[in-house]
Design a protein around this ligand. Structure first.
Ligand SMILES: Nc1ncnc2c1ncn2[C@@H]1O[C@H](COP(=O)(O)OP(=O)(O)OP(=O)(O)O)[C@@H](O)[C@H]1O
Ligand SMILES: [Mg+2]
Length: 496
């Protein structure tokens, strides 16, 4: 058995103490959960182990050998491998090329393709998955990509494997497939660290739980000794979970109608009405076409036929996000890194981009107004920042997501399209976003809410549409189904 342990690790960023005297230990042959709310220091700890950053003080030991890495290459060589939440694969290359990127086996000066494919296949077999090493990565599903990321990490023969939110972009059925791979890895005497905000996964896959809060280690427990409420308490202290209040009601008035909307190879013949104040969920598996549908409605992507009516008015055929914004629409995109944020720009700017041009006299010029609008979102969404002028990439993953949401809340939309707004967000922050949706609904704002978390659709929405392979295949009310039934429906099964 091997042990990774830390002794009083401190990581001080300018203006932020990300890790504060963290002393923990993790054993091999176990999946060790590392939990904590957004910004609590989980990724920072992993980055210390992976050589991406160096602790300000304190040390860590693998089997009593004191380690200090100056680079990720050094950490890799010593058996530390990391899989980050953001995928790092190159879609146009094959599985084997991705796994051995930059270190393809060679015969003299020529790449030894046969060996590369054989070795890749052997690694994949070891993880218990059947994926063709010659397959081009862009053809794989998300969970398969995530497995390739892990295979790549495993190709270094790691002693420590760190998984930072590996399931955040996976749908429920894919998570199960990934778990089978992780269970296989557990047998190989590796120390596995597992970070996730999906707390229902924790009892399914982990053996121990270590909780960080604001850079402190709150404690470590065996997973089987605690329940959901205990975990929440360790993460947040006291929390309040609230169900959708009764006075959050949809009204009769139709604010938007989608008629026969079709985009070739993406979605076809989509018909639905959205009512004033309604929170309309869209459930479905990855690749069901939900993101594509939202983007076409918002004018970010074209569509081939059909009509969009907003407030009884037909939206122009070649709409743009700017023209749809004028009609009162807002969209928080699914991919915050590529579409939601300008990472090197300040938090302040990122909270104000969507509301630029809102007034004819120029929103941008009025610095005071911008500041107060941004401050309001920082407070309402409880965004953990030290300085509004810091770049967005200095925020933890979840706090970046809150900035994306806050940016659009500042536009005071009449119809909000939310695409996976809670991805990577801790349960308290999720609750805050739900409360904001309910508050918007009470004010008569209508919402379309796409989420892969079926529990959360059931918790938040008035009505849920089910989408599969580009088509709407059903509609349910949350009070009529449970999570399992909604899951079955979104797989296209009938329920009794
Ligand atoms: N490069 C940086 N410069 C300044 N502060 C940083 C930097 N990177 C992280 N931080 C701060 O360190 C703290 C811990 O961040 P970290 O990314 O470890 O959180 P986390 O627990 O992984 O959160 P999440 O669940 O949101 O991913 C946060 O307050 C974050 O803003
Ligand atoms: Mg993180």
């Amino acid at each position: 058995m091997s042990v990774l342990r830390t002794e009083k690790i401190v990581k001080q960023y300018p203006g932020c103490l990300a890790l504060n005297n963290v002393t923990v230990s993790f054993e091999s042959g176990k999946v060790n959960a590392l939990l904590g709310k957004n910004g609590s220091g989980k990724t920072t700890l992993v980055k210390c182990f992976s050589g991406a950053i160096q602790p300000t003080s304190g040390s860590f030991y693998l089997d009593d050998e004191k380690l200090h890495f100056h680079s990720t290459a050094e950490a890799n060589a010593r058996g530390f491998a990391t899989v980050y939440q953001e995928m790092s694969l190159i879609p146009s290359l094959s599985v084997a090329e991705n796994i051995f990127l930059g270190r393809m086996p060679k015969k003299g000066k020529i790449i030894d393709w046969k060996k590369a494919n054989e070795e890749a296949e052997a690694l994949l077999n070891k993880m218990g998955v059947k994926i063709n090493p010659k397959e081009i990565v862009s053809r794989l599903s998300m969970w398969q990509c995530q497995v390739i990321e892990i295979t790549k990490a495993m190709s270094y023969n790691p002693k420590v494997l760190m998984l930072d939110e590996p399931t955040s972009s996976l749908a429920s059925n894919e998570v199960e497939s990934l778990f089978n791979v992780i269970r296989e890895l557990k047998k190989q005497d590796i120390i596995i660290l597992y970070i996730s905000h999906k707390l229902h996964e924790v009892p399914q896959i982990t053996d121990t739980i270590t909780v960080l809060r604001d850079g402190y280690c709150v404690g470590k427990v065996n997973t089987k000794d605690v329940n959901h409420a205990d975990i929440l308490k360790m993460m947040f202290g006291e929390t309040k979970q609230r169900n959708r209040p009764d006075d959050v009601e949809a009204q009769d008035e139709t604010v938007m109608e989608i008629k026969n909307l079709t985009r070739k190879n993406k979605f076809s013949n989509i018909n639905f009405k959205l009512h004033k104040g309604e929170i309309l969920g869209i459930a479905g598996m990855l690749g069901a076409g939900r993101t594509e549908l939202l983007k076409s409605i918002f004018g970010a992507d074209p569509y081939d036929s059909g009509e969009i009516h907003v407030g009884g008015q037909k939206a122009p055929r070649r709409a743009s996000p700017i023209s749809m914004k004028k009609l009162g629409l807002g969209l928080t995109p699914e991919n915050r890194k590529e579409e939601g944020l300008i990472l090197i720009h300040s938090i302040l700017d990122n909270l104000c981009y969507a509301s630029m041009n809102r007034t004819s006299n120029g929103w941008l010029e009025n610095r005071q107004k911008r500041k107060s609008a941004a401050n309001k979102q920082v407070q309402e969404l409880d965004i953990k920042i030290t300085d509004m002028a810091s770049p967005a990439n200095s925020l933890s993953g979840g706090n970046q997501q809150k900035v994306v949401v806050g940016n659009w809340l500042n536009t005071q939309p009449e119809i909000m399209l939310y695409d996976e707004p809670t991805r990577g967000i801790d349960v308290n922050a999720k609750q805050q976003i739900f409360e904001i949706m309910w508050e918007q609904s009470k004010r008569g704002i209508s919402i379309i809410f796409v989420s892969s978390e079926l529990e959360e659709l059931l918790e938040v929405c008035h009505r849920i549409l089910i989408m599969k392979e580009g088509r709407l295949i059903g509609e349910v009310r949350p009070e009529d189904v449970d999570t399992n039934q909604l899951y079955a429906l979104s797989m296209g099964d009938e329920i009794a």
